[in-house]
Design a protein around this ligand. Structure first.
Ligand code: PMP
Length: 412
């Protein structure tokens, strides 16, 4: 009933306790959302009595699914010795070692509490080390909610962002090599950083071409610009992340999501010369803190999550994702939809679309939900290691049904 529905519960002045009834704007699906009661493996149960296959996985964080026994045990063990301390803990080194093992060419890491913070820190390090302000991004890219990171989203994302911040960002159309070269060469000495997401989700999981990435790497090297690759989502696609698959070593790499085993986390890793900017033994180093950065619970859970994510598991998940994409594409191509992505990341979009109307995204979310499938509100799907061929075939089935239902009700 509405009395007990937390979305509708109001304070004494009539306001819902959470703006719009939501604790995160990214939950929004156009209508009051079900809420989660419990999860186990690839399944989630909600307050409406539904059992769902979880392909949202908290926006790709839960690569080992819900309540993975070993991760849960590690988190509880760490928590029972104290939630966090004001001196270092041994789990930070364990997590750092497992993380850097995946990133040959990068020497050091600082953990943060989110991907947003990791990107903020990376930009700060780049600006401090170069003594320059300008940051180059790709149009439509998403790098969290810091001021600089909001600029590539365009005017609807930058209300409240100072004009000076907006003016310091150059947004280049994805894969437009000529534009990229001209933008940098017009004033190379002004650029602190180039930030790339190699599989940008907000842009519709479009692939970045090898040529675009290589050109960015070459320009950065030639002009002393810091190349930041944002692997907050894409790290899962290869043992060395997606930059490893491209054979590119960035100067700084940002990560988050899965490396915390489902607990709050972010990370900025980089070459020793750059990471020296946050080395507190050096006079004048940048402040990098965060009361909960490197907390033992996130670090312990994350270390187990990274240890369990072997090369074999990554390849198995990628193959399952490729098979699902192929199956669903064969069913939906005739109705003007397509499944994009790579490996274990999939996204359903109207064929060829650069930008998907929110109304259409939400319609597909509800069509999926009604079929027992839980994607992200933008219909990003990620697979998790508890899944096998049979479950992924079921996911493909339900996703195909949902897309066909939406295509029928709103022809393109
Ligand atoms: N960068 C990318 C590429 C992301 O996809 C996200 C979040 N989805 C972020 C940064 C921000 O991470 P967080 O939500 O942990 O702040």
């Amino acid at each position: 009933g509405s009395d007990s529905d937390p979305h509708l519960r109001r304070g004494p002045r009539g306001y819902p306790l959470l703006p719009g009834g939501y604790g995160r704007s990214t939950y929004y699906t156009g209508a009051p959302s079900p809420y989660a009661i419990r999860g186990e493996g690839y399944r989630v149960w909600d307050d409406r009595g539904r059992e769902l296959i979880d392909v949202n996985n908290n926006f790709t964080s839960l690569i080992h699914g819900n309540a993975h026994p070993e991760i849960t045990e590690a988190a509880i063990k760490a928590l029972s010795s104290g939630a966090s301390w004001g001196i270092p803990n041994r789990y930070e080194w364990a997590a750092a070692e497992l993380f850097l093992l995946r990133l040959p060419g990068l020497d050091q890491v600082r953990f943060t509490n989110s991907g947003t913070e990791a990107v903020m820190s990376a930009i700060r390090i780049a600006r401090a080390s170069t003594g320059r302000d300008r940051v180059l991004v790709t149009k439509g890219g998403y790098h969290g909610t810091s001021e600089v990171a909001l600029v590539p989203g365009g005017p609807s994302y930058t209300r409240g962002v100072p004009q000076g911040v907006i003016d310091d960002v150059t947004a280049v159309p994805l894969n437009d090599v000529e534009f990229l070269v001209q933008a940098v060469e017009a004033a190379p000495e002004t650029y602190a950083a180039i930030i790339l997401d190699l599989l940008p989700n907000r842009a519709g999981l479009l692939h970045i071409t090898e040529e675009f990435v290589r050109t960015a790497r070459d320009l950065a090297t030639r002009y002393g610009i810091v190349l930041i690759i944002d692997e907050v989502i894409s790290l899962r696609l290869g043992f060395r992340g997606l930059s490893g698959e491209y054979g590119i070593v960035p100067d700084l790499l940002t990560a988050g999501k899965l490396i915390g085993g489902g607990l709050p986390v972010g990370a900025v890793a980089g070459k020793g010369e750059l990471m020296a900017e946050v080395d507190p033994t050096r006079p004048g180093s940048l402040p990098h803190g965060g009361t909960f950065s490197g907390n033992p619970v996130s670090m312990a859970a994350g270390a187990v999550a990274m240890r369990l994510l072997t090369e074999q598991e990554i390849q198995r998940l990628n193959r399952l994702g490729d098979a699902a994409r192929e199956t669903v594409n064969a069913r939906v191509q005739g109705v003007g939809w397509e499944i994009r992505g790579r490996g274990s990341l999939l996204r359903a979009v109207p064929a060829g679309a650069q930008k998907v109307e929110e109304r259409i995204q939400h319609r597909l979310w509800w069509a999926s939900y009604e079929r027992g499938l839980l994607p992200s509100p933008a219909n990003l799907l990620s697979l998790s290691t508890p899944m096998d061929d049979k479950v992924v075939a079921e996911i493909a089935d339900r996703l195909g049904d949902a897309v066909l239902a939406v295509a029928e009700s709103s022809p393109q």
